[in-house]
Design a protein around this ligand. Structure first.
Ligand SMILES: C[C@H](N)C(=O)N[C@@H](Cc1c[nH]cn1)C(=O)O
Length: 494
């Protein structure tokens, strides 16, 4: 075929694709109220994976996911991934992992969509302006726990597939789903399931997409890296029961004082990690990275205003982005056993348990980090010569993930964003963790892309989490466009 003929075919194809996309996008606009109602039904389920009392809700949530995929005509399976062992040695059934398949045309690429439908805890009294589990729309924003992380993005992927079905248009690629209910607590059970299904469910998967993160600004983004996370418990046990601080204070070596003392040796006020051997492992920032960060849209003042602080750890954009995405950090989350209710109880708690985590970046290794942290805490604790006892355990050890941005998947993502939003995306990293992303890459050997649709100000894990109606609806269109762009990846390009 001569060049002229090839160009004519390409032109015809691109006109057909544009026509199809416009029809699909119109369908999405016309069905947006249904999409909001679907999100309302999902947000109403308090699928908090960290609270064992909410486990029945989590099971119900997974059944709703399976039901939705079945109604869409998918080949659905609810996979039993076993039990979770609780700190008191009791066991509890893990939520099933739901898989589904739409299409098995060997001549088409197969995309696997990963998402989760468990959420972080939320209570009105934490300072929410609306009931967290009652989706409430205010000024185009849909407020509710899990709206952005990750229920709306999961639904948006389902709406995208459904739009093709409803308009009787063939899906441009085969689509598989793998939806879990334990992401917020480290994806318990999922790694073993992926290993077990490597040669079955995953055998024909070409690419994996994750939409469990957000844009950095108002500019749409593609995410090519996530930090991992090592989550620790440090327990200090002392007297056999809580004591009156007036009666016993001054005579007893208090577990809380020991705990605060050792926690204070983890990180300096200027953010330097003080645990020997942690910072040393980190891959240095390359010149290429430095240059990439320069071009990213990120307004430091906007960022400060959004979180309501007058000063940040660093004042320039590149340092902030680097420390948000590709350097480790220690965060102290809470202390179990500490008195935290309103009022002025004067107790000396007999045992306290601190929870802290260290975000992981290339080239850190969670097993090495576990040992370094445990050795360090035991060493500083022993110097205190306390009669109390210390136990350190790592309960989550998730590795960081980094993609090859030169893979054609990223070109497909960019083209889809251009089609829907008429701009080029920012290529960004995510400071948070998607525990299973690295496992997907290591076990299946497939390429992963993250296509976020959450806004930069969605308040994930925080009070007043929201997903904007705009991002939810345009995000659905983005996924539709992405399916089409994927179908055009040629073997030669991979
Ligand atoms: C990025 C994702 N939406 C998210 O928030 N993930 C959690 C997962 C996690 C990490 N450690 C325990 N759970 C997060 O980054 O906190």
């Amino acid at each position: 075929m001569n060049i002229g003929a090839s160009l004519s075919i390409l032109l015809v194809l691109s006109t057909v694709h544009a026509f199809q996309y416009n029809q699909l996008a119109q369908y999405v606009d016309e069905h947006q109220e249904e999409y909001v109602e679907a999100l309302r039904d999902w947000v109403a389920v308090e699928s908090d994976s960290s609270n064992v009392l909410r486990r029945p809700e989590l099971h119900r949530m997974m059944e709703m996911v399976a039901q939705k995929l079945q109604q869409m005509g998918g080949a659905v399976e609810s996979v039993d991934v076993g039990d979770q062992e609780l700190p008191d040695r009791q066991t509890l059934a893990l939520p099933k992992v739901v898989t589904a398949r739409f299409g098995s045309d060997p001549n088409k690429h197969t995309l696997c969509v990963y998402g989760h439908v468990d959420v972080q805890p939320a209570k009105l009294e934490d300072g929410w302006a609306t009931e967290p589990f009652n989706l409430t729309e205010i000024n185009g924003n849909l407020y509710g726990r899990g709206a952005s992380d990750n229920k709306a993005p999961v639904l948006a992927w389902m709406h995208a597939v459904e739009a093709y079905q409803k308009l009787s248009m063939a899906l441009p690629v085969n689509v598989k789903f793998i939806i879990e209910g334990m992401e917020e607590t480290g994806s318990n059970g999922l790694e073993a399931m992926i290993l077990a299904q490597k040669d079955t469910f995953f055998s024909d998967v070409d690419y994996i997409v994750v939409s469990d993160c957000g844009w950095l600004s108002r500019r749409p983004a593609i995410t090519y890296g996530t930090r991992g996370n090592c989550y620790f418990l440090a327990e200090v046990h002392g007297p056999k029961q809580d004591l009156h601080s007036g009666v016993y204070g001054g005579t007893v070596i208090e577990p809380m004082t020991d705990l605060i003392g050792i926690l204070d040796t983890l990180i300096s006020p200027s953010g330097k990690i003080l645990i020997p051997g942690i910072q040393e492992a980190v891959a240095p920032l390359s010149d290429d990275e430095w240059r990439m960060y320069q071009d990213i849209e990120f307004d430091v003042d906007d960022y400060k205003n959004k979180i309501g602080v007058s000063k940040l750890m660093y004042s320039n954009k590149v340092d902030l982005l680097a420390h948000k995405w590709r350097y480790p950090t220690v965060s102290i989350h809470g202390i179990e056993g500490a008195f935290s209710d309103p009022g002025t109880k004067t107790v000396i708690p007999s045992k306290v348990c601190a929870k802290f985590s260290i975000r992981q970046v290339p080239n850190m290794d969670p097993t090495v980090v576990e040992k370094k942290v445990s050795d360090h805490l035991h060493s500083v604790f022993s110097k205190r010569q306390s009669p109390n006892t210390l136990k350190v355990s790592m309960v989550i050890g998730a590795k960081p993930w980094l993609a090859d941005i030169h893979h054609p998947l990223f070109e497909a993502g960019k083209a889809a964003i251009k089609r829907v939003f008429s701009v080029d995306p920012d290529l960004i990293r995510e400071g948070g963790t998607i525990p299973i992303s690295r496992t997907f890459q290591d076990v299946t050997g497939k390429s992963i892309i993250m296509m976020p649709i959450g806004g930069f100000d969605d308040g994930l894990h925080s009070q007043n989490e929201k997903m904007s109606r705009y991002n939810y609806i345009e995000g659905t269109k983005l996924f539709i466009a992405f399916l089409n762009e994927l179908s055009q990846i040629t073997e030669a390009a991979v």
